[in-house]
Design a protein around this ligand. Structure first.
Ligand code: FAD
Ligand code: UDP
Length: 387
C-alpha cells in the first residue's frame, strides 16, 4: 500500500517523489518503463568507459538559485560553459550568431557591438507581428543568415518549415553583437560532477521510496494499491488518446567510439546545411573525462519513436488544452513534466514545475490536517523557471 504512485523516474517524477518522501513522510512507489532511472537525462559508461548520455547531450543551466540549490543536495558540480559551432558554407563558426560568426563568414573585421548591430539592422526585415520561428530570426538577422543557420536545421529537427512552428522554438537561440560564444548565458552553468544518473540515485535513495524500472503503468494500474498518482508520461497516452494523438518529435541516436583522443574542438557541432543528422556531440568536453579514445552521438530526427519533443504549434496546443481540461476532472492525478504538460521545457524548468506542484500538494496536505480551505490547489503548476 503506497500513498503515492509516481509514473516516470525522470526529473519530474524523481523530484516530486523525493519531496513527498522526505518532507511529508509519504510512502512512494516510482515506476519507469525504461530499464533505468533518470528519464532522458540518463547517462552511463559505454564500453570504452566513457560517460555518455543515452538520449543526447544534456547540459545543465539555470537562472534559478532555488532549482540549483535544490539539486545541489544530490550532486557536486563541474563548472562547464557550453560552446557550439555550426558548420556553415564549409566553415565552423560560433552559434548563437555573434560578431565572430559574421566576421568569419563575411571576411569582415567588425570590432564593436555598434558595428555588429548596424550589420544586423541593415539585413533585418521588419515584421509587424512576430508569430513563427521564421519571423523571429528574419526580424533580427535577416533572411540570408536565417537560411544559412536556421531553415535547414529546423526542417530537419522538426519535420516542418520554421514558418509553421511557434516563435518560441528558434527564439531559444539568441543573436549577439559581442563575441560571447557561450550557448547559454544563465547564472548557473554546470554538469553534475558524477553524472546525472548518480544524482538521480541519490535523490531516490530514501527509505520511503521504492523504485521499480522496466514496468509500464498499464501493467500495474489496476493491481497496485495507492491513494494518489503523479503521471509524467505523455498525457494523451494516459487518456488513451480520446482526443487523438499529440504529435511529438523523436530522435534516433547513433553512439560511436573512435580510436582517437579528440574528434572536434567543442562538445557540439551543428549541421544546418548538410548531413541527415542535426548535431554531433563529443562527451569528454562536457564531463572533463580523460580517455585515449572518444565517444560521440549523432542525432537523426524522426517522426516515429519515443516521444522526445512536444511540437510547439497552435493546432497541437488546441489538442493539449482538451486533455488539460480532462485532467482537471481527475483531481487525484497530477500531471507534470515535459510530456504530461506538453511543454518544450529544459531540465531546470521541469524541476521548477515539480517543486511548485509539491508546494501545492503540501498546502493541500496542511489544509486536510487543519480543516482550512485553500483556493484551487490542483494542477496549477505554472510557477516555473522562465527560459
Ligand atoms: P522524461 O525525462 O521524459 O521522463 C519521463 C519518464 O517517464 C521516462 O523515463 C519514461 O520512460 C517514463 N514513462 C512515460 N510513460 C510511462 C508509462 N506509461 N509507464 C512507465 N513509465 C513511463 N534540457 C536541458 O536543460 N539542457 C539540455 O541540454 C537538454 N538537452 C536535451 C537533449 C535532447 C535530445 C532531449 C530530448 C531533451 C533535452 N533536454 C535538455 C530536455 C530534458 O530532457 C527534459 O527537460 C527533462 O528530461 C524532462 O524530464 P521529465 O521527467 O519531464 O521527462
Ligand atoms: N536551431 C537552428 N540551428 C541551430 C541551432 C538551433 O535552426 O544551429 C533551431 C532549431 O529549430 C532548434 C531550436 O533552434 O530545434 C532550438 O535549439 P536548441 O539548441 O535549444 O535545441 P535542443 O537542444 O532543445 O534540441
Amino acid at each position: 500500500m503506497f500513498d503515492w504512485l509516481v509514473v516516470g523516474a525522470g526529473f519530474a517524477g524523481s523530484v516530486i517523489a523525493e519531496r513527498l518522501a522526505s518532507q511529508l513522510d509519504a510512502k512512494v512507489l516510482v515506476i519507469d518503463r525504461r530499464p533505468h532511472i533518470g528519464g532522458n537525462a540518463y547517462d552511463r559508461l559505454d564500453d570504452a568507459g566513457i560517460l555518455i548520455h543515452q538520449y543526447g547531450p544534456h547540459i545543465f543551466h539555470t537562472n534559478s538559485d532555488a532549482v540549483f540549490d535544490y539539486l545541489s543536495q544530490f550532486t557536486r558540480w563541474r563548472p562547464y560553459e557550453h560552446r557550439v559551432l555550426a558548420e556553415v558554407d564549409g566553415q565552423r563558426v560560433p552559434i548563437p550568431i555573434n560578431r565572430t560568426t559574421i566576421n568569419r563568414l563575411y571576411g569582415l573585421s567588425l570590432s564593436t557591438d555598434a558595428e555588429a548591430e548596424a550589420f544586423f539592422a541593415a539585413r533585418a526585415e521588419p515584421i509587424e507581428k512576430i508569430k513563427t520561428s521564421e519571423d523571429v530570426v528574419v526580424a533580427s538577422v535577416g533572411r540570408e543568415l536565417y537560411e544559412k543557420f536556421f531553415r535547414g536545421y529546423t526542417r530537419k529537427q522538426w519535420g516542418v518549415d520554421p514558418s509553421d512552428l511557434d516563435k518560441s522554438v528558434t527564439a531559444r537561440v539568441p543573436t549577439r553583437t559581442n563575441t560571447d560564444d557561450r550557448y547559454f548565458s544563465d547564472t548557473h552553468q554546470a554538469m553534475p560532477a558524477d553524472g546525472y544518473t548518480r544524482m538521480f540515485e541519490r535523490m531516490l535513495d530514501h527509505p520511503n521510496i521504492t523504485v521499480r524500472t522496466g514496468i509500464d503503468f498499464d501493467q500495474i494500474r489496476d493491481i497496485v494499491t495507492y491513494q494518489r498518482l503523479i503521471f509524467t508520461g505523455p498525457i494523451d497516452e494516459y487518456f488513451r488518446y480520446v482526443y487523438g494523438r499529440l504529435p511529438y518529435r523523436s530522435l534516433s541516436f547513433k553512439h560511436v567510439t573512435l580510436d582517437t583522443e579528440w574528434h572536434q574542438s567543442v562538445a557540439v557541432v551543428n549541421y544546418p546545411q548538410t548531413q541527415d543528422y542535426t548535431r554531433v556531440t563529443e562527451y569528454k568536453h562536457l564531463t572533463g573525462q580523460s580517455n585515449s579514445r572518444t565517444s560521440l552521438t549523432y542525432e537523426y530526427p524522426t517522426a516515429d519513436g519515443d516521444p522526445y519533443y512536444p511540437i510547439p504549434r497552435e493546432e497541437n496546443q488546441a489538442i493539449f488544452r482538451k486533455y488539460q481540461a480532462l485532467a482537471r476532472s481527475h483531481p487525484d492525478v497530477h500531471f507534470i513534466g515535459r510530456l504530461a504538460t506538453y511543454r518544450y521545457y529544459n531540465m531546470d524548468q521541469v524541476v521548477g514545475q515539480a517543486l511548485a506542484t509539491f508546494k501545492r500538494i503540501r498546502e493541500e496536505h496542511a489544509e486536510h490536517r487543519t480543516g482550512r480551505r485553500l483556493p484551487d490547489p490542483h494542477l496549477q503548476a505554472e510557477e516555473v523557471v522562465q527560459p
